[in-house]
Ligand binder design. Structure first.
Ligand code: ATP
Length: 585
């Protein structure tokens, strides 16, 4: 098929804002496309040349494209750069430049879809020595044969900015209408959700019709689109709606889909990008499990403080890009734990149609718990009170809430529904104020912190009983200098046993008499069954903990332990915080 035919439709699609009109234009295009070109037209319309998960992407540097444009049109590079500055869209620049080119090519061959696609694909795959030159040649080859309108789209494609505005769901509608009926769109969508590959869906439906789509199956090393959750405001509503359900801790990290065979492991993100290279520690953990069959599991990767064992804010792993050595360093400094929560494939068997409870059992047999790999904590209940207690435990463990899952629900790829319901506590801004806490214990440092303390046990002052009650483990915000100073500065306060004025359920490696006061900033306060500050005040059998505490660097040498933040103040802060979050808890 001639590429001119395709871009003519693109221009009309670009000019409309109505989804229905867009769908009709696409249907016209798909009908006119011969089967052999169909998947390529679908990918181009999506602004890519392969499904996302393959990681084969265009994205040439604009400078390079400008050079090729200059060469293809005989215009000065500076002139093209000025045009680019004016228009802000290199595609429009290409259109104008090609229209005004001084030397028309002696012979030009009209571009076909196959030619455009093949060259773009080759550009995306080129790498290594001399690849720049080869990319330039491939692009020149296209641009010297392109009409102005074709050049516009080719250039937008190569710089990775196609932006036609056609949503995947619109392409699905158009495929259903073209090859079946509009009413069949759900079956088309299902095939897409399972394969994450609209080109493949187009190929199959064109060749084998709707029935053929049923053969599109979950496959190892091809990610499935993630099942998503709805939200409800109270646990009561959730229990009412679901009855007996599985409640799982909702971890605050990065969703990971792990595809595992005995010889290879690949990881995909929620957006189906290949993130295998970003998490060497997950690969290592999964390899140790020596899974003997093919399997796909899903989980949430959460960074853990190597010293306190507590979760860290997710931001610590969101920067895992860049060079391999950086990734390796981050993996050592902030290793993640993968909390697995679903099993989608086991051996030959696609488990997605099976109920949650069976998939969970499969998960527990396939994945043994090991260093860095765990199962999500789960409790099955239909009791609101128990759900509330479990929620508190989840927050205390550093999670952001609960995920309720219907016991009989299949895994619905790509769908958001009430089979999974999330319940989280919305975290308001950081605690507006810093607090001053007293050091009452320490845990021996590991790794880089060997010889100093990995974390400190911190307490607030309870005026009423003149006792210091614990409220967090503090392990972040320590620079090298501070770490070096700790043992020395705390030496005088060291005790063999728990000092009488310290109330703690946690047993640190070293106890300190409450003397040294540090300034701490926390994200917020949560109810906690392990910390003793404000014990029983909010809920029986629980105290208050500071979430994500960080040392500000300020030693409050001006403060005695009795001048530290009091339990009463913590309680007031907690109540203030509850008001701000409008009691979602
Ligand atoms: P969504 O993923 O629903 O579009 P979002 O990206 O804002 O929304 P959240 O609202 O925080 O994410 O909740 C859903 C996410 O929670 C999941 O995509 C998954 O990454 C994460 N998650 C954490 N723990 C679990 C669990 N036990 N089961 C399922 N998902 C979990």
């Amino acid at each position: 098929m001639q590429f001119a035919r395709v871009v003519e439709v693109y221009d009309r699609i670009e000019a409309t804002t109505k989804r229905l009109e867009m769908t009709n234009l696409l249907v016209g295009l798909l009908r006119a496309t011969p089967p052999a070109d169909l998947d390529e037209v679908v990918y181009l319309t999506q602004g890519r040349i392969h499904p996302d998960y393959m990681g084969i992407e265009l994205g040439l540097a604009e400078k390079m494209v400008i050079r090729v444009l200059a060469y293809a049109t005989g215009l000065e590079e500076e002139r093209i750069e000025t045009m680019w500055r004016d228009k802000g869209d290199l595609g429009l620049v290409a259109e104008e430049a090609i229209a005004s080119r001084r030397q028309k090519p002696l012979e030009s061959t009209p571009l076909t879809v196959a030619k455009v696609y093949d060259n773009l694909d080759a550009i995306a795959r080129e790498s290594g020595e001399g690849s720049q030159d080869r990319k330039i040649r491939l692009l020149s080859d296209l641009l010297s044969n392109a009409t102005p309108r074709e050049a516009k789209y080719i250039v937008r494609m190569v710089v990775g900015k196609m932006r036609l505005g056609v949503a995947d769901m619109t392409i699905i509608d158009a495929l259903a209408t073209t090859f079946a009926t509009k009413a069949d769109r759900d079956r088309v969508e299902r095939a897409y959700n399972v394969s994450s590959d609209l080109g493949e869906v187009a190929r199959v439906i064109a060749a084998k019709g709707l029935k053929g789509l049923d053969e599109v199956r979950l496959k190892l090393f091809r990610p499935i689109r993630a099942m998503l959750a709805e939200r409800l405001e109270t646990l009561e509503e959730i229990v009412q709606r679901m009855g007996k359900a599985a409640l799982e801790y909702k971890y605050d990290g990065l969703r990971v889909q792990a595809h595992i065979s005995p010889s290879k492991i690949q990881l995909f993100s929620r957006h189906l990008e290949d993130i295998t290279g970003q998490f060497p520690e997950i690969l290592e953990g999964l390899r140790k499990l020596s899974v003997d069959r093919e399997t796909i599991v899903e989980g949430e990767a959460v960074p853990v403080d190597a010293n306190t064992g507590e979760f860290l804010p997710f931001q610590e792993v969101s920067r895992r890009r860049g060079r391999k050595t950086d990734v390796e360093r981050m993996a050592k400094e902030f290793p993640v734990t993968l909390f697995t929560f679903d099993c989608l494939l086991r051996g030959e068997e696609d488990l997605t149609p099976r109920p949650y409870s069976e998939r969970r059992k499969a998960l527990e047999t396939v994945i043994n718990v090991s260093e860095g790999i765990r199962h999500s904590t789960v409790r099955v209940t239909d009791d609101v009170k128990e759900a509330e207690r479990f929620f508190d435990e989840a927050l205390q463990a550093g999670c952001e809430g609960l995920m309720a899952k219907a016991l009989d629900s299949p895994y619905e790829a790509g769908a958001r529904g009430y089979q999974w319901i999330k319940f989280k506590k919305e975290y308001s801004a950081a605690l507006s104020d810093t607090i001053d806490l007293v050091v009452v214990g320490a845990f021996a440092g590991r790794g880089k912190r060997a010889g100093s303390y990995g974390a400190l046990l911190m307490a607030a002052y309870d005026e009423a009983s003149d006792v210091f009650r614990t409220t967090c483990k503090l392990g972040t915000g320590f620079d090298d200098e501070t770490l070096r100073q700790f043992p020395e500065k705390l030496k005088a306060a060291r005790r063999e046993r728990r000092p009488a004025r310290v109330d703690s359920k946690i047993e640190p490696d070293i106890w300190f008499n409450p003397e040294v006061v540090l300034e701490v900033r926390g994200a917020e306060l949560t109810v906690s069954p392990v910390h003793t500050a404000a014990w029983d005040a909010i809920r029986s059998g629980a105290g208050l903990a500071v979430r994500f505490p960080r040392f500000t660097g300020r030693w409050r040498e001006d403060k005695g332990p009795e001048d530290a933040t009091t339990v009463k103040e913590l309680l007031e802060m907690y109540r203030g915080q509850l008001k701000r979050t409008k009691g979602s808890h």
